[in-house]
Design a protein around this ligand. Structure first.
Ligand SMILES: [Fe+2]
Length: 383
């Protein structure tokens, strides 16, 4: 990330910044890794510590199924019936101690405010539009957007009325960043990166609410939900600057890296967190060696699990896949194209597929309820 500023800030940090009535705005330094990571400085009308009530509301961690036979899995997320706001609609499907993954059918605005104190969140917008309102300002979202929301950011999601938002979410227990190999020592994205700073959208409008009153902020921390009632509106920031803020990147702005022969999955990498990566498979020209095979080879990523979320287009290497399908190809066993798909790919010039891949370096566990969404016998669909 790079430096941004929105709203009013004083000329010098940690100096008096006065309101018209002579009282002080309250300065908050918000940063990661102690004071060694990225940070921003925000200026509030009220003390961010003004909490009138705090209550414990139980664990939010999902229950996983028992260990079972190692198999490739296929889940239809379009079968998820749960609806609600961007928090209550979350259907957890897979996870481990590095991240939680699921989908949500968001049909209404969040009725309170929310912050994840356990890590960054990544929301991929499959369908729908709306606004991500945050303490740093508002970001309008549209299909194909990845919304990256740093740990501790107070926010709410407001879908466009009448248009449900379907999203894929990743709740990380770490920071989500762009791949390090695409950044130089100063943090700038390099020429061989498939995207650049111009593609990154920060908060646009900073809406400031001065009002006092009781406002709930649902806080996640230590695997549990806590209700904090603030004595003022949580969006009381008049200005901020720094490197820590929510941002959006649209998958259409990912410029595919192609070659004469099949390119390996890392060329599709878009984000990384601790022990996982997120890749974007976008419409692209196929390999142009006269003898090339565009479909992937069979492969064993021996110690990483590979999850694919299918967004749009036809998926050349698989059969039975629908929009919103999730496949899980676990570590330890090989996977690859379905019968006939390799031959069918030869001579093809381009693909229109759009998919999000999440590779985890520790095994993913399947959430109990996800069984109800599962395709039968996917493991044996290569026969
Ligand atoms: Fe794979």
């Amino acid at each position: 990330m790079y430096y941004r500023q929105l709203g009013m800030i004083p000329h010098k940090r940690h100096t008096m910044f006065k309101k018209e009535d002579g009282s002080l705005f309250r300065e908050q330094v918000m940063g990661t890794r102690g004071f060694s990571g990225t940070q921003s400085i925000l200026y509030h009308h009220h003390m961010p510590t003004e909490v009138v009530k705090a209550e414990f509301a139980g664990s939010y961690l999902p229950e996983y199924e028992e260990q079972q036979t190692l198999k490739h899995r296929h889940f239809f997320t379009n079968k998820v019936m749960r609806e609600g706001n961007a928090l209550t609609a979350r259907e957890y499907l897979l996870g481990n101690h590095d991240l939680l993954i699921g989908t949500a059918n968001v049909t209404e605005a969040m009725n309170s405010y929310y912050r994840n104190g356990d890590g960054d969140e990544l929301l991929f917008i499959h369908h729908g539009s709306g606004k991500l309102e945050t303490m740093f300002g508002t970001i309008s979202y549209r299909p194909g957007d990845y919304l990256v929301i740093p740990i501790g950011t107070i926010y709410r999601v407001v879908p466009t009325p009448g248009i449900p938002t379907k999203l894929l979410f990743v709740e990380a227990f770490s920071q989500i960043t762009t791949p390090k190999r695409y950044r130089n020592e100063y943090g700038q994205l390099l020429e061989h990166s498939p995207f650049c700073e111009r593609d990154i959208r920060g908060p646009e409008d900073l809406l400031t609410y001065e009002e006092k009153g009781e406002f709930e902020v649902v806080t996640r921390s230590r695997g549990a939900i806590h209700s904090h009632i603030l004595g003022h509106h949580p969006f009381d920031v008049v200005g901020w600057d720094g490197y820590l803020y929510p941002w959006a990147f649209n998958i259409e702005d990912f410029e595919p890296i192609t070659g004469r022969i099949h390119q390996p999955p890392p060329v599709h990498q878009n984000f990384e967190g601790n022990n996982f990566v997120v890749c974007s498979f976008v419409p692209r020209l196929y390999d142009y060696h006269p003898e090339s095979i565009p479909a992937p080879y069979y492969h064993s990523n021996v110690n990483s699990d590979e999850l694919l979320y299918y967004v749009k287009g036809n998926f050349m290497s698989r059969k039975g896949i629908q929009e919103g399908s999730i496949t899980l190809h676990p570590s330890g066993i090989p996977h690859g194209p379905h019968p006939g798909k390799i031959e069918a790919s030869i001579g093809k010039k381009e693909t229109l597929e759009l998919a999000v891949m999440i590779d985890t370096f520790h095994p993913l566990k399947v959430v109990k309820q996800a069984n109800e969404l599962e395709a039968a016998d996917y493991m044996f669909s290569w026969i």
